[in-house]
Design a protein. Structure first.
Length: 291
């Protein structure tokens, strides 16, 4: 069980925000932090990892105090048994894939762990290559493997797939699900991709201006559970075009464009770029805006 109750004043340019996070995360959960840029998601991960100190508060992991400002307790980052994966991979460019993994291992650690990760992440043919010779998806697989070398209890993922194309992102989502389950991890993910969150997460914490304003399972957060229908897909509106007395709405769903016929009254609040749910109703697709 992770218990977080922290406060931190954050400054960005000429503004200031009070980060005030209080939550509990059960062992084995995969939880996503969701919200607009600047809401405090990355700062929350950095505080949990020990890379940023809170002004006050406590962090307790399985009844062990990692942070307690009142009693001047602060466990160093290297002692927190956390794996951290960044969006920009952060691999050592002068080291091969294998050397990156070996560097991340603890002194005297059994090398079988590295061999196991190389096999699991399908890095066997890449282990002697340098990061700059790898694709983005390959580099992120190395970054995931490196984060797991020390067998952490907690895995932190800061938008690790955001810069990758759709097919590679899907593949790496499967890797994340596999390592989360096989290593019995507690995983905290930052993502803006609603489809990704729906696929991976068991729970979502919505942050706004440094506070958790809503939480629940992805279906509760991103869709109206009262919506009936044989199918529900989440997408983004690419185009709204008038045609005779109706409108044609082009929606990007995964890597496919779906065109939905809609009446003007149905889409009064919809604009290009909005996230929507396409659901069936009496055999006709209906659009619902996702807030």
């Amino acid at each position: 069980m992770i218990k977080i109750d922290i406060h931190k004043k954050l400054k960005a340019y000429d503004s200031e925000m009070n980060l005030r996070i209080k939550c509990k995360i059960k062992k084995g959960e995969l939880v996503t932090l969701y919200g607009e840029s600047g809401a405090g998601k990355t700062s929350t991960l950095r505080i949990l990892a020990g890379l940023l100190k809170p002004d006050k508060g406590e962090i307790t992991i399985n009844e062990v105090s990692w942070v307690d400002t009142a009693n001047k307790i602060f466990i160093a980052p290297q002692k927190r048994n956390i794996g951290y994966v960044f969006q920009d991979y952060a691999l050592f460019p002068n080291m091969s894939v294998l050397e990156n993994l070996e560097f991340a291992s603890n002194k005297g650690q059994n090398k079988k762990v590295i061999a196991e990760l190389i096999e699991m992440m399908e890095l066997g043919d890449l282990q002697n290559r340098k990061p700059q010779t790898l694709s983005g998806g390959q580099q992120q697989r190395v970054a995931l493997a490196r984060a797991l070398v020390c067998k952490p209890n907690i895995l932190l993922l800061d938008e690790p797939l955001a810069a990758l194309d759709y097919k590679i992102r899907l593949k790496l989502q499967d890797y994340i699900t596999r390592i989360h389950n096989e290593y019995a991890l507690t995983t905290i993910l930052i993502s803006h991709d609603i489809g990704e969150i729906m696929k991976l997460s068991g729970r979502v914490l919505v942050l706004d201006q440094g506070k958790i304003v809503r939480q629940g399972i992805p279906g509760e957060i991103f869709s109206n559970e009262k919506i009936s229908g044989k199918f529900k897909f989440i997408g983004e509106i690419l185009k709204i075009e008038p045609q005779d007395v109706v409108l044609i709405v082009s929606v990007l769903i995964q890597n496919n464009v779906v065109k939905v016929i809609a009446d003007k009254s149905e889409i009064q609040s919809l604009n290009v770029g909005d996230k929507v749910m396409v659901a069936s109703k009496a055999f006709n697709p209906i659009l619902y805006k996702i807030e």
